[in-house]
Design a protein around this ligand. Sequence first.
Ligand code: KIV
Length: 271
Amino acid sequence: MSVHSEIKKITTETLRKMKFDKEKITMLTAYDYTTAKMVDAGGVDAILVGDSAANVMAGHETTLPITLEQMIYHTQCVIRGVERALVVADLPFGTYQSNPEKALDSAVRMMKEGGAHAVKVEGGAEIEKSIRKIVNAGIPVMGHLGLTPQSIYQFGTYKVRAKEEAEAEKLMEEAKLLESLGCFALVLEKIPATLAKKVSESLTIPTIGIGAGADCDGQVLVYHDMIGMNQGFSPKFLRRYLDLYSEITGAVSRYVADVKAVDFPNENEKY
Ligand code: KIV
């Protein structure tokens, strides 16, 4: 039993205290009501309505096509299933980078229409003004550095970021910038574990890692990956807790066989 497991409603302040108390923070993605209910009941501290919904829900190759309206819809569905976890929603590509007013409008819609408790944005210095504007409006912002999938066409690959000294130094500076702008937490995606440790130790806000080693203040995974629904995606950092792809295709095959054999429905399964 952890110090904070009795808390009825997780807030950004709870996450800050968890870092202070050296209790690891847990986060998983969810995009719908039923999943959010199970993930919340399982005891995660935070749920991310990630723009990875573009991949796992809609089948897009990148996260770029998902719209603000679609992210608001996913967030509304998740919020209805959650009692305890802090719900953070991604602002999608193109809704916060161009100017601070647009960023604030997007964040306000996500909070007001989606019901999110906080928003997440990708990037550092280039979105400084947008972050400042959102934070000043009283909206909690989670940052995201390292591999930022909304910039995939600039990176060209999904390989580990910040392996070189210059990029590592820039990431450290931007992490400090995000903290100074008032971000309440920071996702560190796919960077060397040694760098993630250094960043985590030099910030007072919690870091949540994905492919960034065990020294981050918390961990996040995409739900569909950790329950093994997504067979084609096997990065080194992923631990699968179930093999649901096989379980589900097996169940569907048995159902198909039963119907074809006129075994389903049987005498007890009819009116
Ligand atoms: O969209 C998402 O699921 C994310 C996580 C991978 C951190 O941003």
